[in-house]
Design a protein around this ligand. Sequence first.
Ligand code: TLP
Length: 340
Amino acid sequence: MNYIDLRSDTVTRPTPAMREAMMKAEVGDDVFGEDPTVNKLQEKCAEISGKEKTLYVPSGCMANQLAVKSHTQQGDEVICESECHIFNYETAAPAVISNVQMMTVKGENGVMQLDEIKKFVRTKEYYFPRTRLICLENTHNRAGGVIQPIEVIKEISEFARKNDIRMHMDGARIYNASVETGISVKEYASYFDSISFCFSKGLGAPVGSILCGTEEFISIAHRWRKIIGGGMRQAGILAAAALYAIENNVGRLKEDHNKAKYFAKEISRLKEIEVNSDLVHTNIVIFSNSKYSKQELISKLKEKGVLISAGSFENLRAVFHLDVSMEETEKAVKLFNELF
Ligand code: TLP
C-alpha cells in the first residue's frame, strides 16, 4: 500500500534532483579531511550559523552527544527540559558517553523559563555536581514543534554566560523555527556555544546533521566523532544531499507548517480528539483521543493507509513533510472524520 506516512519527517526520500546532486558529488577521504563536498558543506554551515567551525556527522543524536561530551567533564550536570530528545530518545547516551547527570526541568509546552532553570542551578559546594551545560530544543519535538521564544532564549543565554554555564541548542528542526519566525539560524545560534541541526528531517536529505561551535570545541568533537566510530570516508555523496537541501528545501518548510495547522484545526473539531491547534507552530501535531487506545488508533489508521506514531507516553503524533501533499493531508482528515 502507498501509505500517507505521518510518523515523522525523517521518512522523506531523496528526490531525483537530490539524487542527481549526490551522483555528481566530488568525493575524497573525509577522515583525512579531503572530501571537497564535506568541506564545502561544513564551510557553508559555518556561514549559516555564524560559528567558527562545524562538523558533519551521521545523525542528530551524534551531534547532540558530541556536544554534551565536548562541553562537559565526567560528573558534571546538564540542565534540559524534561521532554527533550537528548534526555528521552538518545538511549541514556549522556550517562554512557559523557558520564554526566541530567537535571530535567519541566517546561511549559517545552519552554523552560529562566526563573525555573535558576532553581536547579547548583551552588558551588564541593558535594554538588557542577552545572555545566543547558540544552534547549528548537523546535521542541514532543511539545509538538513548539518554537522557543527568542526573548526566553536571550534571557537564559545571558544568565548562562554570566554563570560560566555553556549553552547547546538541539536545533534538529531549527530551519522550521527560522522559516516561521523570520529569525535567522545565525541569530538563534548567537545565543549558544554550540548548535546542531539535521538535514534528514524536513529538509529531506537521507542522512546527516551538523554540529557548529568554536574551533576548539569542534576539534574536541572531531576527536570524539572518531572515537565513537563516526569518521566517514567518501561522505561527500551524503553531504551533497545536505547542500542540495539547504539550497532548495528551506523556503518550502512553510508548506509543511500550513498542512500541519490545517490538519490540527480540522481534527480539533472532533469531540473525542484533544489537540491545541494554537500550539502547532510548525510541522508537528501532538494530540490525544478518548475513543481508542493509542495502539488501536494507530492500527485502524494503518488499515486505511495512514501512518502515525506515538508522541510521548500519552500522546499521538502526526508530522508533515515534503513527501505528504495537501491532498493527502485532506485525505487523512477525511479518515479521522470517518473514525470519530
Ligand atoms: N527525532 C525522531 C525520533 O528520534 C523521535 C523523530 O521522529 O522526530 N533532536 C530532535 C529534536 C529530534 O527530533 C531527533 C530525531 C534528533 C535530535 C535525532 O536525530 P537522528 O534521528 O538523526 O539521530
